[in-house]
Write a protein that binds this ligand. Structure first.
Ligand code: GLC
Length: 510
């Protein structure tokens, strides 16, 4: 009997945002071979796994999340052969690979939806989606798209289809047996190719209340009945995903859930998925008290289910960590997450401390921008292609080719100063901080006991796990460290001339 904890429980997972990670063919968009060529960056960083955002054939309305064929690779991203090679090369380097399953919707270019559109009112193909007759001249209900504007689009006959996201992302009807069977096939397909885990996109949205009743105004509370978020019926689907995952050893699933701990907790019940993202974390201000409260809430919820949290430091949907928490705050929070029980998800480019980029209106690609009629700029500012070198080639080594390559989102001036090449040699660069911290984490913290919270002055969060203490200082003054340990193991920024930890900053001590 092997009772070592499963690999994913406390893994550090690097989120490869494919189109912005590295381009191998000079079209300005990142791709699978770009990842293959830069796998050593991940090895050098010391992460244990990578999560790949969708690379499936897509209508490109929502950066790959509008899927036309869930079991085929988009030519822009590469080929199925590239996936196989990537899995093989990653595994050979001891890296696990996590995929992304988009189960809530397809693209409007998906054959099912094309059949539904052609079929006309009442056609059986429409039953695979949420389709309803309008009320008078208007939509079936007042639901709004999460990207802005109404969530219903007319077919041009008497029926409308639901799209919680973009108009090109029609929501699938999870009461239809074809939907269940097809997504299960997709899950098995990628697991059989060698994926070690899967993220379930929009996991809380898969069930909709019959009749599409109004969405209640105001904040949500435990026990509330929301017409499309986190409904009880959705757990039947996740129990099924869990069974399919369990057909193969050492595989896991992580639910993309937004909300406080009580929202995600049921998704991690013993017969459901292994992880749910602790998403409120990314909206928590850089304040020791606030962070402590949020972190303890997610830890307690996960522990009640015998699980550990999945800590997102950032992702492709939220403002860059270095802008949200500031350039010194982002690594400070990262060191706190790395010191806690659970898996940490590090978003590509956050190891370089990349800030949110202010893009010109004409450069924006996120459907949120036009759906909100220009009131929400959307998520592109966190998706700008990574700078690999300081070369003035127009893309800082993002592409193998020289000037003339236009990256899918433009890099801002000065991006080369933040390049991997520069940060490898610059003391205390974000890259060097992460690279120094990960091996320490793996030896001193990864399998350490549950945290003991230590009494700390205002603005300081401190906890001990086994022999290692983690202190976060967000207070007004630099923090003397002698009281917390005698040996400094890692820190998010240099100490001051008196050996104190500046604010914001985090240190691990023994
Ligand atoms: C998830 C993805 C996001 C996408 C949405 C619709 O929230 O992370 O990028 O737009 O689902 O698929």
């Amino acid at each position: 009997m092997n009772d070592a904890p499963p690999w994913w429980r406390d893994a550090v997972v690097y989120q490869v945002y494919l189109r912005s990670f590295a381009d191998s063919d000079g079209d300005g968009t990142g791709d699978l071979r770009g990842v293959l060529e830069h796998l050593d960056h991940l090895v050098e960083l010391g992460v244990e796994a990578l999560w790949l955002n969708p690379f499936y054939v897509s209508g490109e309305a929502d950066a790959g999340y509008d899927v036309v064929n869930h079991r085929a690779v988009d030519p822009v991203m590469g080929t199925l052969g590239d996936i196989d090679e990537l899995l093989e090369q990653a595994h050979a380097r001891g890296l696990r690979v996590v995929g992304d399953v988009v189960a809530n919707h397809t693209s409007t270019h998906h054959p099912w939806f094309e059949e539904a559109r052609r079929g006309g009112p009442g056609h059986p193909a429409r039953a695979r989606y949420h389709v309803a007759p309008g009320r008078g001249d208007g939509p079936p209900s007042d639901w709004q798209s999460l990207f802005g504007g109404p969530a219903w689009e007319p077919f041009g006959d008497c029926e409308w289809y639901l799209h919680l996201f973009d108009v090109e992302q029609p929501d699938l009807n999870w009461e239809h047996p074809d939907v269940t069977a097809d997504v299960e096939r997709t899950v098995r397909f990628w697991l059989d190719r060698g994926f070690d885990g899967l993220r379930f996109d929009a996991a809380g949205a898969l069930a909709k209340a019959p009749g599409y009743p109004p969405v209640p105004a105001g904040e949500r509370h435990p026990g509330d009945d929301h017409p499309y978020s986190d409904r009880p019926e959705v757990h039947r689907v996740h129990r099924r995903f869990a069974q399919v995952l369990a057909e193969r050893p050492y595989r896991f699933g992580v639910a993309e859930i937004w909300g406080p701990p009580w929202v995600g907790e049921p998704y991690t019940r013993p017969d459901e998925l292994q992880q749910a993202f602790a998403m409120d974390l990314v909206f928590t201000p850089l304040d020791a008290g606030a962070l402590g409260t949020v972190v303890r809430g997610y830890l307690d919820a996960a522990a009640r289910q015998g699980r550990r949290p999945a800590w997102p430091h950032g992702n492709h949907d939220v403002t860059r960590a270095a802008t949200r928490w500031g350039p010194e705050g982002a690594p400070a929070v990262l060191l706190v997450l790395l010191a806690l029980p659970g898996a940490t998800y590090l978003y590509a480019g956050d190891e370089l401390g990349l800030p949110e980029v202010e893009l010109a209106d004409d450069d924006l690609r996120d459907p949120t921008w036009w759906r909100s009629r220009g009131t929400e700029r959307g998520r592109d500012g966190a998706r700008v292609p990574l700078p690999w070198t300081r070369a003035e080639d127009g893309h800082h080594g993002f592409s193998p080719q020289g000037p003339g390559v236009r990256t899918w989102l433009p890099q801002p001036p000065g991006w080369g100063d933040r390049s991997v090449q520069d940060q490898r040699v610059e003391p205390w660069s974000p890259l060097r901080v992460v690279r120094a911290a990960l091996p320490v984490r793996n030896s001193a913290l990864r399998d350490a006991p549950w945290p003991t919270w230590l009494p700390a002055p205002d603005g300081v969060l401190a906890f001990r796990r086994g022999g290692t203490t983690c202190v976060l200082n967000t207070g007004a003054e630099p923090l003397p460290l002698d009281a917390w340990g005698s040996e400094l193991l890692a820190n998010s920024r240099p100490l001051d001339e008196h050996g104190r930890l500046p604010s914001p900053g985090t240190a691990w001590l023994r």
